[in-house]
Design a protein around this ligand. Structure first.
Ligand code: FAD
Ligand code: NAG
Ligand code: NAG
Ligand code: NAG
Ligand code: NAG
Ligand code: NAG
Ligand code: NAG
Length: 491
């Protein structure tokens, strides 16, 4: 062979093994294997899938979207993908993560699991419901409300099941029943080699535990079987206050934490800056699991004035989750970051001030930014005799009483403002962490920024266990190397 043809061959090899070319080949291969399940950029299915991501961050452009509808198809796809190295694969359920590249990709293949959306009630009194990973909480609530049952799902109707439950899951009912993942009795999981297994307390219990907080490092969950709890209508809604109520709000949250714990009471206290209106205000989303207006655990918030809107009433989960949905800043860029701390006097106002200062200075450069600070409880850990999760709370610990979970979230309209907002939220999170110290290391995965390390925050021992599980169920490292997005274990 001449030098020139050697060089040409080399170029051809390099080109053909680049991730983009391999991804394109894989799209064709899967289309042959599963006709009708692969969508190219010019199709309406592709466009609908991309526009269904909640934030603009994730509306990237994969080579193709692969949309299976049953676990067997997911298994076939994974088998096909796992024999080719180097391409990039992204996995999505509801598409609500604000972290770019976590549930979509610009150069590979996106596995869109929205078609796995079957809801099946099990047992004589519907005490378990099986839901596909692509189901939306809205549809589950609509199924369960009429029979006076509920699940520990998201507080916003359009959130997906798969990311929410594998990252934890904070719900209206978490103060009583724990994280959403603690209310899963079984998961159907597609492993890296395409085998489908059941993970539950008696079958692959290590995998079961790892998937409750370790998200995408071990397999693709195709179905979750959830405990349903008896639940009739209850008191809840939102109260919005003028900024002049901020001091009273902060001191009410201190009283709430100091009072004896009432597992029926759930509150997200949020401070908001709306750049479009140039105004600060605050809102409490509050729920009490019983039909009791002004329940004593939450009455101090209901009494605060001046209020600008108040929707507190007795209603159902569908109505509450749709109400919160309406107030979510959608179709914008977004970033979240989180930390947790041991409650102590005077800490809330200091974090609030850091947030307000950072927001004020950012708003000079990003006028239409929406900036939000949220305080809420960490749920109680599972009992010693219940299956555990990956989180760093012992069965006898009381994070729900002692600690507070902070979410910073920012929303803005233009891509070019990304770096400014990101450096603001990084700086703010760093100063808040410095202020509260690192006694409580927990970073809630579903609120964590891509640059945070929520899984690392579960502690060394748990990380060793998670690495062991990943190596045993995914020896070739498919979920570490080929699936590019999501929080990865340090292997
Ligand atoms: C408007 C809004 C409201 C929210 N409300 C709440 C709330 O009330 N409580 C709360 O706790 N959180 C809430 N969140 C955060 C939410 O839990 C996370 O964004 C979560 O990732 C959403 O799940 P999803 O299925 O939409 O995830 P996606 O964005 O589809 O995926 C997120 C990550 O999970 C991985 N993943 C998805 N499905 C699977 C699967 N089946 N198997 C393995 N890995 C998978 C993906 O690869 C990706 O890395 C909210 C977010 C938004 C935007
Ligand atoms: C929930 O409550 C709303 C408002 O009262 C009502 O219109 C709706 O029918 C209820 N939904 C279900 C599923 O019960
Ligand atoms: C649900 O609970 C409400 C209030 O307790 C009751 O009136 C209604 O009959 C119940 N519905 C069903 C289907 O059990
Ligand atoms: C756990 O998995 C095993 C094996 O598939 C299955 O027989 C059993 O029913 C599962 N348990 C639950 C609670 O789903
Ligand atoms: C609850 O408290 C608010 C504020 O103090 C009050 O306006 C309202 O009437 C009370 N609601 C009920 C049903 O008692
Ligand atoms: C901010 O939003 C307002 C109202 O939507 C709009 O008129 C204005 O152009 C926006 N400004 C910037 C800098 O995007
Ligand atoms: C698939 O992987 C699992 C976990 O590593 C292993 O137990 C199983 O034997 C593998 N199956 C095949 C067909 O290779």
């Amino acid at each position: 062979m001449s030098m020139a043809s050697h060089a040409l061959l080399l170029v051809a090899i390099i080109l053909l093994s680049s991730p983009v070319v391999l991804a394109t080949c894989a799209c064709h291969d899967i289309a042959k294997l599963l006709p009708g399940r692969v969508f190219l950029p010019d199709s309406s299915e592709y466009k609908t899938s991309i526009s269904s991501y909640f934030f603009l961050n994730s509306r990237q452009s994969p080579k193709c979207i692969v949309a299976p509808t049953i676990a067997d198809e997911v298994a076939k796809i994974v088998k096909k993908l796992s024999v080719r190295e180097k391409k990039q694969v992204a996995i999505r359920s509801g598409g609500h993560t604000p972290n770019p590249g976590f549930a979509n990709t610009d150069s590979g293949i996106t596995l869109d699991l929205r078609g796995l959306n079957k809801i099946t009630l099990q047992g004589p009194s519907a005490d378990v419901v099986s839901v596909g990973t692509g189901t939306l909480w809205r549809d589950i609530y609509a199924t369960l409300d009429p029979v006076n049952r509920t699940v520990v799902g998201a507080r916003v109707a359009s959130v997906g099941v798969g990311g929410f439950l594998t990252g934890g899951g904070l719900s209206f009912f978490s103060p009583k029943y724990g994280f959403g993942c603690d209310n899963v009795v079984n998961m159907e999981v597609v492993l890296a080699n395409g085998t489908i297994v059941s993970a539950n307390a008696t079958s692959h219990p290590d995998l079961f535990r790892a998937l409750k907080g370790g998200q995408g490092n071990f397999g693709i969950v195709t179905r979750f079987d959830l405990i349903t709890h008896s639940q009739s209508e209850y008191w809840g809604g939102a109260i919005q206050y003028a900024a002049s109520a901020d001091a009273a709000q902060l001191s009410a949250f201190e009283s709430f934490k100091a009072a004896s714990y009432d597992g029926s009471a759930e509150i997200e206290q949020t401070f908001v800056y709306f750049g479009a209106l140039k105004t600060f205000s605050s809102t409490n989303n509050m729920f009490y699991m019983k039909p009791v207006a002004n329940a004593s655990a939450l009455k101090m918030f209901a009494d605060i004035q001046p209020q600008t809107t108040n929707t507190m009433r007795i209603s159902n989960t569908s109505a509450f989750a749709e109400e919160i949905e309406m107030f979510q800043p959608k179709d914008q860029f977004a970033t979240y970051a989180t930390l947790s701390f041991r409650m102590g006097p005077g800490i809330l106002p200091k974090i609030y001030k850091q947030w307000k200062d950072a927001t004020t200075s950012l708003s000079a450069k990003v006028p239409n930014v929406t900036s939000v600070l949220t305080f809420q409880d960490i749920p109680p850990p599972p009992a010693a005799n219940a299956p555990g999760n990956s989180f760093p709370f012992a069965p006898d610990s009381t994070p729900h009483k002692d600690d507070v979970l902070v979410l910073f979230s920012f929303y803005w309209p233009h891509k070019q403002e990304y770096e400014l907002v990101e450096s603001t939220i990084k700086g703010l999170t760093g100063s808040a962490q410095k202020l509260v110290g690192d006694r409580v290391k927990f970073k809630y995965l579903n609120y964590a920024a891509a640059w945070q390390d929520p899984i690392g925050s579960y502690g060394d021992e748990m990380n060793k266990m998670l690495v062991r599980v990943a190596k045993s169920y995914d020896p070739s490292g498919f979920f570490q190397k080929v699936v590019t997005g999501g929080f990865k274990l340090s292997m």
